[in-house]
Design a protein around this ligand. Structure first.
Ligand code: UD1
Length: 416
């Protein structure tokens, strides 16, 4: 298993290009199932999850190819409507094929995702939504088996805000008969990026980015060209790493408008931030101040940035409370941070972090994607060497992370 070794204590300095967003790329690739014509995507990040999604789509009969700097997907010969357990278990986002398959082919068999490290994460809202649209759904042998002659538009209320739930039903509604209204829908920028791509394919969608999304189904969607939006979590991760190390960095090809709460928290921590066009510059002088964080659906503070801010708080001046309201088990990085000398108490979904002057390098284990990013940040600030085990989690969601950090001056290497 691959590991990362980091010699900490070097402030990050320089410029880094932000990649396309994983959480926009995955649903948008699935939108390729909605049409027999070609979907051309640019700015698709080179990530393990993107590779897994491409393999899954290819197994279904989607032809994937390259054309200059675009990756093309053609769903003209889809013949297999199944997402097997091996793929769904490694990448929950595979559930995103469910809506498009039922909408276009009237049938899908998708493995239930099962448990994952950060919580139970059921898919009941995806299923209930499709049932409300007229799909007949059975759970058989661990698989969701859905059938429908043609989905019908429906009014669907989400009891809990779900990002992939909103995306699945938005794609299903795009080819349904009549109008679908999603209430208490997710407002994440990645939902808007998917809606932009679907509109380019001929879908009729309005209200994306608000909590009520209206989709008027059409008979057929066409091919389109779409550029994947920048990754706001990768952007936030680099900014926090720079702030924690007392560095000065500039992100290129990103967007400040999708990072508002994160930039506010970094400013509260004492960073100076300047935004110009698609660049964000951050400079941190001295020790960061501890900042309270409470995760909630967009536009509030993202759960995918909670672990990184926990790392920042570990070495900040003062104490901070970190409250996780989205996932029930997303504090697994706490035990590992304690191995580096962090002082953190956890009670239910709340952590209290008391900042210490220094962390000390040690061997730690990555438990999930964003927890891994948190350990990288902690390793960058810790004195001496930190070795992070099980970094395959990191490769699922960060494009060439050690090359990018190395360019910013970090002393980091992959142990194979
Ligand atoms: C997406 C993101 C993930 C992010 C999360 C929350 C992708 C590919 N992944 O995950 O990076 O951490 O949003 O911002 O975009 N829930 C149910 N029933 C359902 C669906 C969800 O109870 O049918 C619950 C979940 O267990 C969780 C909450 O709703 O507690 C939010 O989950 P959801 O927004 O669905 O997360 P994902 O879409 O899986």
């Amino acid at each position: 298993m691959q590991k990362l070794a980091i010699q900490g204590g070097i402030p990050l300095r320089g410029e880094v290009r932000i990649s396309g967003a994983k959480n926009a790329a995955l649903p948008i690739m699935c939108a390729g199932l909605l049409t027999a014509e070609t979907l051309r995507l640019s700015n698709l990040p080179d990530l393990h999850d993107v590779g897994t999604m491409r393999k899954l789509l290819q197994q279904m009969g989607v032809a994937a190819g390259y054309a200059s700097n675009e990756i093309t997907f053609n769903g003209g010969n889809v013949a297999n409507w199944e997402a097997p357990y091996d793929m769904v278990k490694t990448m929950r986002a595979a559930i995103l094929v469910l809506g498009p398959l039922v909408a276009r082919f009237g049938e899908a068999r998708v493995s239930l995702p099962g448990g994952c490290a950060i919580g139970s994460r059921p898919v009941d809202l995806h299923i209930k939504g499709l049932q409300a649209m007229g799909a007949d759904i059975r759970i058989e042998h661990g698989y969701i088996h859905a059938k429908a002659r043609r989905l019908k538009g429906a009014r669907i209320f989400f009891d809990i805000v779900s990002v992939t739930g909103t995306e699945n039903l938005m794609m299903a509604g795009a080819l349904a008969d009549g109008v679908t209204v999603l209430e208490n829908a997710a407002r994440e920028p990645e939902v808007v990026d998917l809606a932009n791509c679907l509109r380019a394919m001929g879908a009729k969608i309005s209200g994306d980015g608000t909590d009520t999304v209206t989709i008027t189904g059409v008979e057929k969607l066409n091919g389109a060209t779409h550029r994947i939006m920048p990754d706001r979590i990768e952007s936030g991760t680099f900014l926090v790493a720079a702030a924690a190390t007392g560095g000065s960095i500039t992100l290129r090809e990103t967007r400040a408008d999708i990072l508002e709460t994160v930039l506010e928290k970094l400013t509260e921590a004492g960073a100076q931030i300047k935004v110009a066009g698609d660049t964000i510059h951050l400079e941190m002088k001295g020790r960061p101040k501890a900042v309270n964080v409470r995760t909630a659906p967009h536009p509030a503070f993202p759960t995918d940035m909670q672990a990184q801010f926990m790392a920042l708080n570990c070495i900040a001046a003062g104490s901070a409370m970190v409250v996780e309201t989205i996932f029930e088990n997303r504090f697994m990085h706490v035990q590992e941070l304690r191995r580096l000398g962090a002082q953190i108490d956890v009670e239910g979904n709340t952590s209290v972090v008391r900042g210490v002057e220094h962390l000390e390098g040690a061997t730690v284990m990555a438990t999930d994607l964003r927890a891994s990013a948190c350990l990288v940040i902690a390793g960058l600030v810790a004195q001496g060497e930190t070795v992070i085990d099980r970094i395959y989690h990191l490769d699922r969601g960060y494009e060439h992370i050690e090359a990018k950090l190395e360019k910013l001056g970090a002393n980091i290497r992959r142990l194979k």
